[in-house]
Design a protein around this ligand. Sequence first.
Ligand code: 5GP
Length: 188
Amino acid sequence: MKQLKERILSDGKCFPGGILKVDNFINHQMDPCLMREMAKELAKRFEDHSINKVITIEASGIAPAIMVGDYLNVPVLFAKKKSPSTMENMLVTEVFSFTKNRTYSVCVSGDYLTREDRVLFIDDFLANGNAALGILDLVEQAGARLEGMGFLIEKGFQSGGAELRGRGIHIESLAIIESLDDCVIKLR
Ligand code: 5GP
């Protein structure tokens, strides 16, 4: 998506270890106009699927997910990183965080993810695919069906894209980073 690619090149910053910082329009300060356009594009790319729920993981997936949910006119469920003592019928999985270099549990209530659900996973980044695989596990535990996964930015030099596409999952990414070598942002 042209608008996003231009914004990554103008405002994105590289950090050692292959981290792309997009804090001034996605991950800290957010640009709602760009977010709306990105959500519209993702919703369009999945319009042939019959999706009845969008799912994401807190915190950075929530903003794009809620806008995609708005376009698709379906509820948006976010997996929580802390399990509330009040959560009923809890489904739990483990996710390794690429940016924080640690494993954490995420949970959703089985009251909101059921075998009736055909879900679209939305997240800001696809790197090694750990968050995506955690969500897939929750979807399978619930007996729901995964219709696809949409990302704002895919890091094409990490393994997640190939792993998920290899499983036959419909993956859409609005911008793919070819490399961040020498802290230069190269787009595919
Ligand atoms: P994965 O689970 O695919 O390995 O990593 C995806 C998650 O890690 C995303 O939810 C995102 O929050 C975070 N992440 C991975 N790589 C980057 C990056 O280069 N920049 C930022 N801002 N977040 C990233």
